[in-house]
Design a protein around this ligand. Structure first.
Ligand code: CP
Length: 323
């Protein structure tokens, strides 16, 4: 195996453009381009365009998931296959990481096999950013610790746009365990770049004042009713026990104060959307009635994840396609 460079330096510009590390570093135009492409690919899929399956024919995508996932992993895999790419899925258990190989060595080993893109989920914030400095392959961040989950924010924006036609001026309430949420961070970056007003709500142990620095038009509240009042979109978050060294809010009281019930929706705007990145915990973050209500677009989010990941893979493998 070739030795790893000791002075990584910045990645080549074209490669940096083909990777997707976070929403923070994308311009509004780059985000818009990905959203436009996702919407276009969704329409081609709906029309059963036979050309779609040859878009990435001959390309190979490696999916590295070092944390649990149902939606993201499956939809990256299906997205790649719908475009005609080959996929290889690797999890920590069963890989040579469990024999003590470092993450950099593992990634360099995989890169030596010349995949066209590497999709990675990792528990450490910044892991894909760090690895992108060493690898001459596009890396797509499928969620890094509590830092970013860029494809989730893109699919959320697509879902809102399909129904509200714009993000500008919308009140979006993001409620729950903000402190540990990469979904919240990516959404805050995206929504504020597009002129939404973002209200962050949760227990004081899950919402910190420093979140205001992530963008303009961010309001913090610990009061659920205040957050939901006049909201166009209510985005609920999962309580991420796996990132809490010890529970930071009493489990049995969480739903009483921060669970979304049907009565809350009467405070929101008519036609308000209820979103959740999943996996949902019914009876903790939202009631069954809300989860299954006509306001809920949770499964539409999942569906749009496919088109977004197709657009992101296409951008990684065929740079000029999404330009
Ligand atoms: N929303 C999301 O990332 O879900 P998974 O953990 O199931 O991929």
């Amino acid at each position: 195996m070739n030795p790893i460079s000791l002075s990584p330096g910045p990645p080549p510009a074209r490669l940096a453009e083909r990777s997707l590390l976070g929403i923070e570093e994308l311009s509004r135009e780059q985000i818009q381009s990905l959203l436009d492409r996702s919407i276009y690919l969704k329409s081609r899929r709906a029309q059963q365009d036979p050309q779609l399956v040859s878009e990435l024919a001959g390309k190979t995508i490696v999916n590295l998931f070092f944390e649990a996932s149902t939606r993201t992993r499956t939809s990256f895999e299906i997205a790649a296959k719908r475009l005609g790419a080959h996929t290889v899925s690797i999890q920590e258990q069963g890989s040579s990481l469990s024999k003590g190989e470092s993450l950099v060595d593992t990634l360099n080993t995989l890169a030596a096999m010349q995949p066209d893109a590497i999709v990675m989920r990792h528990a450490a914030s910044g892991a894909p950013h760090f690895l992108s400095r060493f690898l001459a392959r596009p890396i797509i961040n499928a969620g890094d610790g509590r830092h970013e989950h860029p494809t989730q924010a893109l699919l959320d924006a697509m879902t809102i746009l399909e129904r509200k036609k714009t993000l500008e001026g919308l009140k979006v309430a993001i409620i729950g365990d903000i402190a540990h949420s990469r979904v919240a961070r990516s959404n805050i970056h995206l929504l504020t770049k597009f002129g939404s007003f973002v209200t962050l709500c949760g227990p004081a142990t899950m919402v910190s004042g420093s979140l205001r620095s992530l963008g303009p038009n961010i309001t913090l509240t610990y009061d659920m009713k205040e957050a939901v009042q006049d909201a166009d979109v209510v985005m609920m978050l999962r309580v991420q026990l796996e990132r809490q060294a010890k529970p930071i809010f009493p489990k049995n009281e969480y739903f009483q104060y921060y669970g979304l019930e049907i009565e809350h929706l009467q405070l929101a705007k008519p036609e308000a959307l209820v979103m959740h990145p999943g996996p949902i915990n019914r009876g903790r973050e939202l009631s069954n009635e809300v989860a299954d209500s006509k306001s809920s677009v949770i499964l539409n989010q999942v569906e749009n994840g496919l088109s977004v990941r197709m657009a992101v893979l296409e951008r990684a493998c065929v740079a000029e396609a999404a330009a």
